[in-house]
Write a protein that binds this ligand. Structure first.
Ligand code: GLA
Length: 509
């Protein structure tokens, strides 16, 4: 029946030289494991060259604006309220023999940058959008006591950046074996974190089950533990995760207990569809609910908040029981994304970091191929200065030696893991040139001389900017070389997009 309708609609739509009639209900469906699907609908009304209607998906219904039709081409905008801020995404589409091929905007969330094909399923006109359902408002939460974990920023691996929905039990075991073989584990990378797309359905008692990619989560945890590694998992406070899988909404305590029973050591809890059910002003209380549940789960579980730093996240995340919290949207494997997140979006956050509680500028992209080695050195240096969690996001089964050298440099990792736990601040900026510095537990300092510009440039770190008095011995961390005792500053030629990372030992200390 569907294909009959589709054939008719195609015949009607792609009639040479005529504007396509777009009116009706269009559906794009993506299959997920366990017979789950992720559907996006477009309800459209064409009126001359004007297009109106709305889009529906697991994030709710949202009206389209400025919709236009020109022959077989369409365009429209979707304007969202992003935690009190207006966010606009522009869509374009073409009516083809296959259906309506919509180009999803790169900044527009799931599937961004990709084409999604919608099939015409009926001529039904869009109904007026119902008023949005009332959202849950929770009373303010009591502070969740500190769980005693993550005294230094967590280190490990996460499946998302490289593998997206391709993560499986088999892959996780192979990655773990790789981490032991290639020295990542010895360098301190301990957590092996499964991100989104492991989730199956719930049983009759409401217990969450993994999908067929993970036949036995407990056995997987046992395997990792037997190798001295730890298991991390992922869920959402909403009904669905960002990728459209089962979330923990109304099952918080039950899921925390299930995770503990499986032997999970780390939970990343990603806001996503929680927007549909909760008033976002309740976000601290929503996160505290899982924070409490983990505390009473019977197992020490590191708690990683993923709410992109919205609604002043860093200010309350530790009180909700968080050991780490994302400070930005998702990182991508390119210079603009990494440098914008690492430099521009981490200003003024140092005050919230300390042993047990860390700002998280997102997982590493080192080794994923979208940046040069110079840029990956900057990525690693900056994250270490920021006392950021170091969660490798590349394929650790087979790592080229140049990438392994960046990820496992002991001196750089020692800066990240310094027990004082003080996150670096930007202490100087001159156009594209920046100096970031942090004090270390031994009375010394670590500083990064960064060049964000297009050509090699001389960068100077001044002791007065760093807060250091007297002379200091300078050690170049990546070069493994001492640079002598300097009276009041140190200068270096830094390549475009590069860094010179130094450790400073004040004389007499
Ligand atoms: C969000 C998070 C990512 C990843 C995906 C999974 O976008 O910010 O880190 O967990 O969801 O769907």
């Amino acid at each position: 029946m569907k294909s009959f309708l589709f054939a008719i609609s195609c015949a009607l739509l792609v009639f040479a030289g005529q504007a396509a009639d777009l009116t009706g209900h269009w559906v794009a469906s993506i299959s997920l494991p366990h017979g789950q699907t992720r559907e996006t609908s477009l309800w459209l009304k064409a009126d001359g060259d004007l297009l109106t209607g709305y889009m529906s998906n697991n994030q709710g219904d949202i009206a389209i604006s400025h919709g236009k039709i020109s022959g077989n081409e369409i365009s429209f905008e979707i304007i969202r309220d992003y935690f009190g801020e207006e966010r606009k995404a522009e869509y374009t589409g073409t009516v083809t023999d296959e259906g309506l091929v919509l180009h999803m905007p790169a900044a527009g969330g799931r599937g961004g940058g990709r084409d999604l094909t919608f099939k015409h399923v009926s001529n039904e006109l869009p109904k007026p959008l119902p008023p949005p359902p009332p959202k849950i408002q929770l009373p303010p939460a009591k502070d969740v006591p500190y769980n005693g974990l993550a005294k230094t920023p967590p280190m490990g691996w996460n499946s998302w950046n490289k593998f997206r929905n391709k993560v499986s039990d088999e892959l996780v075991r192979q990655v773990a074996d790789g981490m032991i073989r290639n020295g990542m584990k010895d360098a301190g990378y301990i957590y092996v974190n499964i991100d989104d797309t492991w989730e199956g359905t719930r049983d009759e008692q409401g217990n969450i089950r993994p999908n067929e990619k993970f036949p036995d989560m407990k056995a997987l945890a046992d395997y990792l533990h037997s190798k001295g590694l730890k298991l991390g998992i992922y869920s959402s406070p909403g009904p669905k995760t960002c990728a459209g899988y089962e979330g923990s909404f109304k099952h918080e305590e039950q899921d925390a207990k299930t995770f503990a029973a499986w032997g999970v050591d780390y939970l990343k809890y990603d806001w996503c569809s929680a927007t549909q059910v909760y008033d976002y002003h309740s976000m601290p209380a929503v996160y505290a609910m899982m924070g409490e549940a983990l505390l009473h789960s019977g197992r020490p579980i590191v708690y990683s908040l993923c709410q992109y730093g919205v609604f002043h996240g860093p200010q309350w995340a530790a009180k909700a029981g968080g050991n780490l919290w994302r400070t930005t949207g998702d990182i991508s494997d390119n210079w603009n994304s990494m440098s914008h997140i690492g430099f521009d979006l981490q200003l003024d956050l140092a005050q919230y970091a300390g042993p047990g509680h860390w700002n998280d500028p997102d997982m590493l992209e080192i080794g994923n191929g979208g940046m040069t080695d110079t840029e990956y050195h900057t990525h690693m240096s900056l994250w270490s200065l920021l006392a950021a969690p170091l969660l490798a996001g590349n394929d650790l089964r087979d790592v080229p030696s140049n990438i392994l050298e960046i990820l496992t440099n002991k001196e750089v990792i020692a800066i990240d893991q310094d027990p004082l736990g003080k996150q670096a601040k930007r202490v100087a900026k001159d156009g594209d040139l920046e100096v970031w510095a942090r004090p270390l537990a031994n009375g010394g300092y670590a500083a990064g001389l960064f060049n964000r510009g297009p050509a090699t440039a001389k960068v100077t770190a001044r002791w007065s900017d760093i807060g250091l008095t007297g002379k200091a011995q300078v050690h170049d961390v990546w070069a493994h070389a001492d640079r002598g005792v300097m009276a009041d500053q140190f200068s270096a030629d830094v390549p475009s997009h590069g860094v010179v990372l130094i450790r400073l030992k004040p004389e007499g200390k």
